[in-house]
Write a protein that binds this ligand. Structure first.
Ligand code: ZN
Length: 680
């Protein structure tokens, strides 16, 4: 057991040596040990911050760290063995944390600290953490009678299992799809790098020719560029029916969605709420589901006329220039790209030629250095896949954090892009590390088009935006100065404010100097010319209306199904989606579209009754960025942004942090202006 890597993860874990067989023994022995230590806490005659809260932090951090590594590997390097181990352990881990949350003796001790003279001597961060903890005890059912506690615990375990199953079904349905082509005759219109990617995918299976899968870079390339309409339709259909009853029955997420909604409502009712949306908002910045729905309806109403204009334009263009008088869902991205090329005289493929990944990373690091005076240095450490890179962050000669970057799509890796933490910042109060600071480490995961044939990968402008976005989350986690683990970095930040630092970073990808600095044309080595940038900028809000109404569709669907208070209506979520689409969408997808069945954000990703967060936080991020537009002093504004937003993490409310940075409450004006929705 002592050679079990998971029990000695250390500063830079040996990801290359973790064995699936290590998982169960490591987790079980760690949880046993944790239970012994919790019993010791409860046997004490005194209750202080240090002997109770701090010790419990030590205990839960250790379990969370090991399980975090397992969950991370499960999402980026899935294998049948790993998945089996993950699924086997997950209920036990859920039970472990539920036990703590429902432990009335611990709860009483936390309450005693709140009521004691010690409370006044705690730091502001410690006081906030204690307030969060007391709230979370209640939300875990600490105040419920034992019978209902057991019921709630069972629901939580089942919910965690369903969420894992949901993701696994989507991943399996995604990876199972394959179309093979012997030659290029059916692949007209696809750019060279896409063809090379399909070729590499075939080669990886020992085949010649081309393989098209459903991983995001494959799907997007076909949707955007394939002249072959049947191919687009075929891939579209496969993509939007993933994990539905139209595919393999064992991957069908329909019953999982039904049950997930039942569980969510049952949990909410046990805790005294009318519906899950109300429960979800207790820990968020928004006050009530009604407030969120109003916000979404308002934004949808403002965006819709622009979306209709967008659609009319692409429809007319498709009919006139592309011979597509009856434009369908699988034509939209294709016709949109052709229209962009015609209207703004450039293509995304052309732009992509300018952005080799190495230069983009240097440009990103340079921008961060300019804003905050921190530097990134690459370091060789053990990783879970050869593509993964590791960078340390340094400020004034001191290492303040580190980040793993796993940038490319591959099989066995969950789609999408996200930041997660390996560990958070904290200052130890006691023990042999007393006074020392633990620096934070983040995982940054994307699904970009992988490099092929030994050529350096190149990123599209959208991919660069994604990279900056995820790094924004990373900086929120890494640039914290809070000493209290529970509220340092992204910990304890209201979920609907979490996208503020990430969406904020996206703005820099629209600045010429930033883009130019990270560009070098693949043939000529030339930097991005201003003329091309001017075209990109002119096209910035191209189809922005359509994009926003789609976001509103997702967010309203999410908020509506989780706002349902009546059990008998829960399974009508497909009808709810139809109703929302009728209200806000400008394009009605085909009947077979089963979008919800792969909507992992709200059924497996923690965004349940929270998808609105993207738009909500964009109000904040656009307004925050406007402070940089208004001030000529980037450095000073950067320092203020770091101090008031990034550094404080969850140690105070997002509303307070925003006000401290901006001097006033957030306003939607900047978002509307950036979207081109205001009349000059
Ligand atoms: Zn994000």
């Amino acid at each position: 057991m002592s050679d079990n890597i998971l029990l000695n993860l250390g500063h830079e874990p040996h990801f290359d040596k973790i064995r699936t067989d290590d998982i169960a023994p490591a987790m079980r022995s760690a949880m046993d040990e944790a239970r012994r230590q919790i019993a010791q806490i409860k046997a004490q005659n005194t209750t202080t911050w240090e002997n109770t809260v701090e010790r419990l932090t030590d205990i839960t951090e250790k379990i969370g760290r090991i399980w975090g590594v397992v969950a991370h590997l499960n999402s980026v390097a899935d294998t049948p063995e790993l998945r089996a181990a993950y699924n086997e352990l997950m209920p036990e881990v859920t039970v472990f944390f539920t036990e703590i949350g429902q432990d009335i003796e611990l709860y009483e001790r936390f309450k005693a600290i709140k009521a004691s003279p010690e409370f006044a001597r705690l730091s502001a961060a410690q006081q906030t953490k204690l307030a969060h903890d007391l709230r979370d005890f209640v939300l875990s059912g600490a105040e419920l009678p034992p019978e209902q506690q057991a019921e709630l615990a069972a629901l939580q375990t089942e919910s965690a299992q369903l969420s894992a199953q949901f993701s696994q079904n989507v991943l399996d349905a995604t990876d199972a799809f394959a179309l093979y082509f012997d030659d290029e005759s059916s692949l007209h219109g696809l750019p060279e790098d896409a063809l090379a990617m399909f070729q590499a995918a075939a080669q990886a299976e020992g085949k010649s020719g081309y393989k098209i899968g459903l991983q995001m870079p494959h799907y997007l390339a076909v949707m955007q560029y394939a002249d072959n309409r049947e191919l687009r339709q075929q891939v579209y259909r496969a993509y939007v029916t993933r994990a539905s009853e139209l595919g393999k029955p064992e991957w069908d997420n329909t019953p999982i969605i039904d049950r997930t909604l039942e569980i969510a409502l049952a949990q909410a009712k046990l805790l005294g709420y009318h519906n899950y949306a109300e429960l979800s908002l207790v820990t968020k910045m928004a006050d009530s589901p009604a407030q969120v729905l109003d916000f979404l309806h308002d934004l949808a109403r403002r965006a819709k006329p622009f979306a209709e204009k967008d659609l009319a334009q692409v429809r007319a263009f498709a009919a006139e220039k592309l011979g597509l008088p009856d434009i369908q869902s699988w034509d939209l991205a294709y016709a949109g790209e052709k229209l962009r090329e015609a209207q703004y005289a450039f293509s995304e493929t052309e732009v992509k030629k300018y952005f080799p990944v190495g230069k983009v990373l240097s440009g990103l690091f340079a921008q961060i250095d300019q804003l905050y005076g921190v530097r990134f240095t690459e370091k060789k450490v053990p990783v879970w896949h050869e593509d993964v890179r590791y960078f340390e962050l340094e400020k004034d000669g001191e290492t303040i954090g580190a980040v793993y970057m796993d940038l490319y799509a591959r099989e066995g890796k969950r789609s999408g892009a996200w930041m997660n933490d390996y560990r958070g910042r904290r200052r130890f109060l006691s023990g042999d590390k007393a006074g020392q600071v633990q620096t934070p480490t983040a995982y940054l995961v994307c699904n970009f088009t992988p490099p092929v044939a030994g050529k350096e990968a190149r990123l599209t402008h959208d991919e660069i935006i994604t990279l900056f976005h995820e790094m924004g989350h990373g900086l929120h986690h890494l640039l914290t100065r809070v000493d209290e683990l529970g509220v340092s970095g992204i910990n304890g930040v209201e979920w609907d404010a979490v996208e503020l630092p990430s969406q904020f970073m996206e703005n820099f990808v629209w600045e010429f100097d930033v883009l130019r600095g990270m560009s070098a044309h693949e043939d000529t080595g030339e930097a991005l010319p201003e003329s091309l940038f001017a075209k990109m900028l002119a096209a910035k809000n191209f189809q922005r209306g359509m994009f926003l109404v789609r976001q509103m569709e997702f967010a309203l669907f999410d908020m509506s199904i989780y706002s349902e208070s009546d059990e008998s209506s829960l399974h009508r979520w497909a009808e709810t989606l139809q109703r929302v689409r009728k209200e806000v969408a400008v394009v009605q997808p085909p009947e077979y579209n089963r979008f919800a069945n792969s909507f992992g954000h709200i059924f497996a990703g923690g965004y349940s009754a929270g998808y609105y967060s993207y738009a909500w936080a964009e109000v904040l991020s656009a307004d925050a960025y406007a402070a940089f537009e208004e001030s000529g002093d980037v450095k000073a504004t950067g320092v203020k942004f770091w101090n008031e937003i990034l550094a404080v993490g969850g140690s105070r409310s997002a509303a307070e942090s925003f006000k401290a940075f901006r001097g006033r409450a957030p306003s939607i004006d900047a978002l509307l202006r950036h979207s081109g929705f205001t009349v000059a």
